[in-house]
Design a binder for this molecule. Structure first.
Ligand code: ATP
Length: 317
């Protein structure tokens, strides 16, 4: 398997070292994989990928693309790696079709092929009627779709997407995930940042979990899930204003996280599941409803993050 990226001990600081965005990050990206970068706001994900596309230089360490430092071949990286950034792109004074067409032409497509791909993408996005609208005059979600389109047009061998499904309605999110998978089946290597962990689970091969600028874990989804395979997720909706009390009453079951105003969640040991149900049904706690289900990738992500924050705390009854 060929390596597309190799990151070694990457550190990146801002403001003369006062803000540490990435700390000693090392990992590889293999040709043909979809790697998801997960992490909370401010974790350092965007900073990391900006170094992978050559928009930022590491403070120390190396980011290599196909065996050579990105910094010494920024032109080649720009030609081969299609990058979708969170920031509004520079094409907003173009019409939607122009943004796609000219990007295709810049990527070396013939006029005919650029037109064909532009038409196909506008159709997939359901935006044929908006072809003559300026990008700055379409909705936030439509702008994002055209942004994704500018990555898709021209068949770049690598795509790096920073939150590609942000701001999109559920149907359009599904469309974007489908397009990402289609491209991947055609051999394109894809690195993406997302907060839609549950949707990403269906699509990514490997996941890198980043927080506080550090790489906490990187592995296949199934391997990461093994970290929680002896656990179940217990989610509870408490009566109004009672979540602190319920958390305290059930503290022996595990570490509780508040996920909404009256919603709490914990990963509990499978062997404690029947005890938990016993407590929930017999202790007359102020609980509206509860569910006990196998954990998903989002729970794995929270678990890895929790482990980092509470390395010494036991979670067993
Ligand atoms: N240009 C900058 N100057 C100073 N600090 C910055 C700059 N860009 C990012 N940071 C800081 O670096 C840290 C990492 O930010 P980064 O944008 O990489 O995180 P992120 O994981 O992409 O977050 P989000 O999910 O919110 O986009 C944060 O503390 C952020 O405030």
């Amino acid at each position: 398997m060929k390596l597309i990226y190799q990151l070694e001990d990457v550190n990146k600081t801002y403001k003369k070292g006062k803000v540490v965005a990435n700390q000693n990050i090392s990992f590889d990206v293999q040709q043909g994989e979809i790697l998801g970068l997960l992490g909370p706001n401010g974790a350092g994900k965007s900073t990391l990928i900006k170094q992978m596309v050559g928009h930022l230089a590491p403070t120390s360490g190396t980011v290599c693309y196909k065996g050579t430092s990105v910094q010494t071949q920024t032109k080649r990286v720009a030609q081969e790696v299609a990058y979708y950034s969170q920031e509004p792109h520079a094409l907003t004074s173009l019409k939607t079709w122009e943004a796609l067409y000219f990007t295709g032409r810049l990527r070396g497509l013939t006029k005919e092929y650029a037109v064909k791909q532009t038409e196909e993408l506008l159709e997939r996005f359901g935006m044929q009627d908006l072809r003559h609208k300026l990008l700055k005059n379409v909705s936030g979600g439509q702008k994002r779709l055209i942004g994704i389109g500018t990555c898709l047009i021209g068949f770049s061998p690598v795509m790096i997407l920073d939150e590609p499904t942000n701001e999109l309605d559920p149907k359009k999110r599904r469309l974007v995930w489908d397009l990402i998978q289609e491209r991947n089946r055609q051999g394109v290597t894809i690195i993406l940042v997302t907060h839609n962990v549950l949707e990403a689970e269906q699509v990514v091969d490997r996941v890198a979990v980043v927080n506080h600028g550090k790489l906490l874990a990187i592995d296949h989804v199934s391997v990461l899930k093994q970290r929680v395979d002896q656990r179940m997720k217990l989610e509870i909706t408490t009566s109004l204003g009672e979540s602190d009390y319920v958390c305290q009453s059930l503290s022996a079951l595990g570490h509780w996280t508040q996920t909404g105003e009256n919603r709490i969640r914990a990963l509990i040991e499978k062997q404690n599941a029947s005890y938990a149900i016993d407590v929930l049904t017999n202790q007359h706690l102020p609980i509206e409803e509860y569910s006990l289900v196998p954990p998903n990738l989002e729970d794995v992500y929270f678990h890895i993050d929790d482990e980092q924050d509470r390395p010494a705390k036991a979670e067993v009854v």
